[in-house]
Design a protein around this ligand. Sequence first.
Ligand code: ADP
Length: 476
Amino acid sequence: MAVVVLTPDAQLRVAADGTWLEAAPAVAELLGYAPHELVGRPAPELVHPDDREEVVAAMRAGLRVSSRVVLEVRFLRRDGSVLDADARLDVERDAAGEPSGYTVTIRDASDRRRVEALRARWELLFRATSRGIAVTDPVTGLLESVNPAWAAMHGGVEADFVGTHVAAALTPESAARLPAITAALHPGEMIAYESEHVRLDGTTFPAAIELTATLDGMEGALRWLTWVDDLTERRRAEEAAARHARELARSNADLDRFAAVVTHDLQSPLRLIVGSARILERRDGARLSQEERELIGLIANGARRMAALVEGVRAYSGVRGHDAADEALPLRGLVDEVVAAMRGELEAAGAHVAVGDLPTVCGDPVGLTQLVQNLLSNALKFRADAPPVIAVDAERADGGDWIVTMADNGIGIAPEDAERIFGFGDRLRTDDEIGGTGIGLAICKTVAERHGGRIWVEPAPGGGSAFRFTLPPARR
Ligand code: ADP
């Protein structure tokens, strides 16, 4: 597997006549010779005298069948001590294909022990990890080794797979994609992709793959090292979550449809009650006792409150069921329209609305009109003694979203109530002094969230409330 280079390899070049041509500086470290001291000397001189014949014969024999020979060689250092080394000999050829010299690469074999220790650690990891690992020879496509996790994932033990073709563990489609995936892979690089694997029993499973090419051992043979994660469980969880989300959306839609039908159907009997009470009051008012008139007033009031609630529920399920359109929406125009539509109420309250520079956002005009209108009408409803002053402004947040602020000089909201006022039907005062249903801010919250944003309230300077909400900027 991946062999870690612990000392630099020393490289020397030998001429066709067997004398040293040049040597890399690392030679000094390994053999004690300055590179220039070796040039021109016969190469075998460096080999331990007892081994010379054998080494030369082995090299000759090896080079007859291959242009690369790897041997264990005892070298003699300059100080006469012995260096146990691995040596690799590569033939250099001239234009005519004739041997013109050799490159000799020497590595201290005592490094091997440290490599062995590393290898033992790697082995431990290889066997203990729950990730599947496979080593493949890219030339033959055969699996050289697989770890127990890989074998278990594929429904067998290691021996079932070692020596088999890697394509046997893939669906035909995934196997067909492999050459394109690996074509661009260079040693040391890693690519990640998903693939469909086949177990011994023929069943398949989705897998996340990390594939890296590595040069193995002294010979530098190319190997594919593959990490495999079985995605079955993850896919199952993703599907369950998606199913759950679909069911939730469906049941929400059912609820909204139900609310729409009920609120629609409740409107006409309510109108009937209010209208009848009014007729009774008007036509028979003189004949009725004081107590009877009061009772009729209570009925009419109750019915009006109920009508307001029904209208609130209708508006709430309306914004929930409404798709948050994502058109580019100049906010300034939208606020101006709401202010114009509420001119009567604003003037009656002696209110002043100051609208600052507002951005173009990405949003749904219907929902945002509701939101702005609810905040404005709350600012009027919950005003203090002074005439209402409402300031509308926007600033850019760090994340790129816009934060819109609508601040009033009203009665303000205690910090401990700042969260619950956004709940459905939550009001801070339940007396009828100020009418309301507690649904307006729940609608604002739904609209903000449908835009991927949020809404909150802060104390405004001077004792009022500053409602703030975020909106995504318009896409260009
Ligand atoms: P409603 O106005 O129908 O009561 P909302 O959901 O709009 O319902 O508001 C919930 C509560 O939050 C209100 O009852 C009120 O107590 C408080 N509130 C909302 N807006 C303001 C405001 N601008 N200033 C002070 N209190 C407010």
